[in-house]
Design a protein. Structure first.
Ligand code: UD1
Ligand code: CA
Length: 482
C-alpha cells in the first residue's frame, strides 16, 4: 500500500467514510452484503484498500450496523476506524451517525462499501476537483448504457455544471428515467455545509429512509455549489447489489488480473476459466493451464507449469516447478524444480525440497521432504521430517496420530522405504537404511541397516496342483452319483 503524502497546513483535512451498514436484502444472504467476496476478498476490503491509498488509514471510517461485529472482525486488521449506525435508516442516516467522528475534518469523501472497483486515482481526482472548485458537494457521476436502478443526476440546466437534485429510480418520472447520467453513490462533501443542513433530510419516500442523495437538492436550494465529476471508467462505480452483479464484478476483477499477469509475461491458456486472486504473484514464463485457481497470497516463481484443475491457496512455489493436473495445495511451500501430481494434496505445513517429487494420490501435512526425495504413489506423510534423496515407496503411511496426540516420523538422508510400509510414530529410520516392503516399523532403525517387520512367508510347493486335482475328483464323483 503506498503511503499517502504528508499534509500541508493549508491542505483541508480529509476523511473517507465508507457506507457499510446495510443488510443487502437483494442478496438474500445470511452474511452482510459488504462481506460477500469478489476477486477473493470481501467487497469492503477492496474499498478500504483504495481509501487507505488516499488518506492515512486512521482517517478512514467504515460505517457499520447490520452484523456490525462480524464486519469489524473481518476487516479490523486493516486499521480502519468504525462508526456504528445501530439502526439502518438510509444512506443519509448513516452520515448522521458519523457526525461526531467527522467533526475534526474539512472534507469527507463518501464511498460505498458495495462498489469495490473504485480506484485511488479516481478518489484523488474527486477530492482535488471538489477542493479546487470550492463545492459543498461533488457527485462522482457516470454514463451507463443501462442506468436502471441507479439514482439519476438532474442538472440545473441541460448545459449547467451545477446539479439541482438526484432522483432515485423508484421516485423518478418516466422522463427522468431516460437520463443515463447516474449517481455512483460516491461523493465529496464539505463537512460544514453537510452537517449544517443534514437535519433537513426527510424520509418521505418509498423506502421511508433518509437518502444521502437528497443532500444535492437541499444544498442546491441553500445556494451551495453542488457539482459533479465523471468517472473516467464507468465500470469503476458498479455496485454489487445482487448475486448476478457480484458475479459480473468478480469476472471483471479476474479478467483484469489475468490481463496484467499476461502483460508481465505469464502465459494463461483460456484465462476465462482461471480464478486468480488479486494478491497472487506469478513469475514470467510460467504457464497456467485452463481451470486453475491461484488464491490468497500465493507466490509462484517463474518457468513453472501449473496443471489444469489445480487449486493453490496461500502457498509459495519456487522457479521451474511442475504441478501436474488436479493438485490441491494449502499453505505449502515448494522449492525450485520440484514436480507434483497429478492429484497430489499438500496440506498446511508441507515443505517440498528442491527437485523433490510428490506423485499421484499422495497427501502430505506438516512435512518436510528433503532435496531430490521422492514420494510418488498412494502415500500419506504427516508430521514427518524426511531428509534428502529418500525414496518413499508406493503406499507408505506414517501413523502419526494415536487418537490423542500427534507424533513425529524421521527418515534420514538416503533411506529407502519399501512399498506398503507403515511407520508408527514416534519412530526414526536412520541414514541410508532400508525398510523392507510391507513392513510395520514400530522401533527406530539405526543408520545403514535393514528393517523388515512383516510375517515370514509360508511356502507349500505343489499345494495348488493338489487342490485342483482334489476338486476335479470330487466333481467326477458327484456327477457319477446322479
Ligand atoms: C445508492 C444511491 C443511488 C446510487 C447507488 C449507486 C441512495 C439513496 N441511493 O443506491 O442513487 O445510484 O447507490 O450504487 O443513496 N447503507 C448504510 N446504511 C443504511 C443504508 C445503506 O450504511 O442505512 C450502505 C449500504 O451498506 C451500501 C451503501 O450504503 O454499502 C449503499 O446502499 P444501497 O442500499 O446499496 O443503495 P443503492 O440502492 O444501491
Ligand atoms: Ca448499492
Amino acid at each position: 500500500m503506498s503511503k499517502s503524502p504528508a499534509r500541508r497546513v493549508s491542505d483541508p483535512r480529509v476523511a473517507i467514510a465508507i457506507l457499510a451498514a446495510g443488510k443487502g436484502t437483494r442478496l438474500k444472504s445470511k452474511a452482510p452484503k459488504v462481506l460477500h467476496e469478489v476477486g477473493g476478498k470481501p467487497l469492503l476490503a477492496h474499498v478500504i484498500a483504495a481509501a487507505a491509498q488516499v488518506v492515512p488509514v486512521e482517517d478512514v471510517f467504515a460505517i457499520v450496523g447490520h452484523q456490525a461485529s462480524r464486519v469489524q472482525d473481518a476487516v479490523g486488521n486493516t486499521g480502519v476506524r468504525f462508526v456504528i449506525q445501530a439502526e439502518q435508516r438510509g444512506t443519509g442516516h448513516a452520515l448522521m451517525a458519523a457526525q461526531e467522528a467527522l467533526a475534526g475534518y474539512d472534507v469527507v469523501i463518501v464511498l460505498s462499501g458495495d462498489a469495490p472497483l473504485i480506484t485511488s486515482a479516481t478518489i484523488e481526482k474527486l477530492r482535488d476537483f471538489h477542493v479546487s472548485n470550492n463545492a459543498a458537494m461533488t457527485v462522482l457521476a457516470a454514463e451507463l448504457a443501462d442506468p436502471t436502478n441507479y439514482g439519476r443526476v438532474i442538472r440545473k440546466g441541460s448545459k449547467s455544471a451545477e446539479i439541482a437534485a438526484i432522483v432515485e429510480e423508484k421516485s423518478a418520472s418516466l422522463e427522468q428515467r431516460r437520463i443515463r447520467e447516474i449517481n455512483s453513490g460516491i461523493y465529496a462533501f464539505s463537512v460544514k455545509p453537510l452537517y449544517a443542513n443534514i437535519d433537513r433530510l426527510e424520509s418521505e419516500n418509498p423506502h421511508r429512509e433518509f437518502y444521502l442523495t437528497d443532500m444535492a437538492k437541499i444544498l442546491a436550494k441553500a445556494k451551495q455549489r453542488v457539482l459533479s465529476i465523471a468517472a473516467a471508467d464507468a465500470s469503476e462505480v458498479l455496485g454489487a447489489n445482487t448475486r448476478s452483479e457480484l458475479a459480473d464484478i468478480d469476472r471483471n476483477l479476474r479478467m483484469s488480473k489475468c490481463q496484467s499477469l499476461m502483460e508481465s509475461g505469464v502465459t494463461i491458456f483460456y484465462p476465462e476459466t482461471c480464478v486468480i486472486d488479486g494478491d497472487a504473484e506469478i513469475g514470467a514464463d510460467t504457464i497456467i493451464e485452463p481451470f486453475v485457481q491461484i488464491l490468497g497470497a500465493t507466490r509462484v516463481g517463474s518457468d513453472c507449469r501449473i496443471g489444469s484443475y489445480s487449486v493453490i491457496r496461500n502457498s509459495r512455489i519456487g522457479d521451474g516447478v511442475v504441478i501436474r493436473p488436479g493438485c490441491v495445495l494449502e499453505q505449502a511451500s515448494v522449492e525450485n524444480i520440484a514436480i507434483l501430481g497429478p492429484y497430489s494434496h499438500l496440506r498446511s505445513g508441507s515443505h517440498i525440497g528442491e527437485g523433490a517429487h510428490v506423485g499421484n494420490f499422495v497427501e502430505t501435512k506438516n512435512v518436510r521432504l528433503g532435496k531430490r526425495s521422492k514420494a510418488n504413489h498412494l502415500t500419506y506423510l504427516g508430521d514427518a521430517e524426511i531428509g534428502e534423496a529418500v525414496n518413499v515407496g508406493a503406499g507408505t503411511i506414517t501413523c502419526n496420530y494415536d487418537g490423542v496426540h500427534k507424533h513425529k516420523t524421521v527418515i534420514d538422508d538416503g533411506a529407502f522405504i519399501g512399498s506398503d510400509s507403515t511407520l508408527v510414530a514416534p519412530v526414526r529410520v536412520g541414514k541410508r537404511s532400508y525398510v523392507g516392503a510391507a513392513s510395520c516399523v514400530t522401533e527406530d532403525v539405526p543408520d545403514d541397516s535393514l528393517a523388515v517387520g512383516r510375517a515370514r512367508q509360508i511356502l507349500k510347493p505343489g499345494w495348488a496342483k493338489d487342490k485342483r486335482e482334489r476338486q476335479a475328483k470330487q466333481k467326477k464323483e458327484e456327477s457319477a452319483a446322479k
